[in-house]
Ligand binder design. Structure first.
Ligand code: SF4
Length: 275
């Protein structure tokens, strides 16, 4: 007798959520796994929500007569040190692993070269030391030194390994923090960015920050460990240790971090959907 392994379709929940954050109200349609999952599994929903938050930022910017200067084929901001969430490290590592062999090798090589360069100039250790000093003293001097360190990173002109022809080659999968970056100052200022020459449109909530806080383990206690350029090194050095929670539990934690005034989903229905 032949036994067959039949995969059960993943049970999904969908519903509408109304959220008030700062001066803005959002209505979001969510479809999330009903059963316990790793935090990476709720990323598509968070990406969708972040896109909505950013759309509002663009709208406000236009209304204020300060249109966003970011445009296609301008990757100037992709040469800065970006901190991503631990869950996104594993998610992007999977994205790389799913690439065709040649491409995977190219991307991994770029990561290694970038990482080795910053290791050689001792940038990661200095970043961790400065983060600690800035956190504990909060002094103006430490903040300035921190800014200098960020400028030093950008002066190296080492692009994110996913940047190709000045465009993001993983656009649909790009980290939440990359979505949140809205510049209103002239695009040419971004070639050599300084705090005094770059103006950004603030967004009402920071999904990237909330998700970083929500999905975090002991493995990422050093601030520099979650720099995008260290992604491969981190994923290879650690075994992913996230607990599993149901989709609604992850979303509740996320929206509680975004704002304490989130409402539960107003309509909720179970639906069968492919994973
Ligand atoms: S992931 Fe994409 S958008 Fe983000 S820094 Fe890299 S190339 Fe730029």
């Amino acid at each position: 007798m032949v036994s067959e392994n039949v995969m059960e379709p993943e049970k999904m929940l969908s519903g509408d959520l109304k959220l008030e954050a700062g001066r803005e109200k959002f209505e979001i349609n969510l479809t999330i796994p009903a059963d316990p999952v790793k935090p990476q599994r709720i990323l598509p929903v968070l990406q969708k929500f972040t896109n909505q938050v950013v759309e509002r930022g663009i709208q406000r910017s236009n209304e204020a007569g300060k249109p966003i200067s970011c445009k296609a084929a301008c990757g100037a901001c992709c040469r800065q040190p970006l901190l991503i969430s631990e869950a996104e490290v594993y998610n992007l590592s999977d994205v790389i692993e799913s690439m065709p062999p040649e491409r995977k090798q190219t991307i991994k090589q770029r990561f290694r070269q970038g990482h080795d360069h910053f290791e050689r100039i001792d940038w990661f250790n200095r970043f961790d030391e400065m983060s600690e000093i800035a956190r504990t003293t909060g002094s103006e001097e430490s903040k300035q030194q921190f800014i200098n360190l960020i400028s030093e990173y950008m002066e190296q002109q080492i692009a994110c390994p996913f940047l190709e022809a000045e465009s993001c080659s993983i656009y649909e999968d790009r980290p939440l923090i990359c979505r949140e970056y809205l510049v209103t100052s002239p695009a040419e200022n971004c070639v050599s960015p300084k705090p005094e020459t770059i103006a950004k449109m603030p967004i009402s909530v920071k999904p990237s920050k909330a998700f970083s806080m929500l999905a975090k383990t002991e493995d990422s206690k050093d601030p520099s460990s979650l720099l995008l350029i260290r992604l491969i090194e981190f994923a290879e050095a650690h075994t992913e240790k996230f607990e599993e929670k149901s989709g609604p539990a992850w979303m509740e934690g996320f929206f509680n971090l975004i704002t304490n005034r989130s409402e539960p989903a107003s309509t909720e229905k179970a639906a069968e959907a492919p994973g």
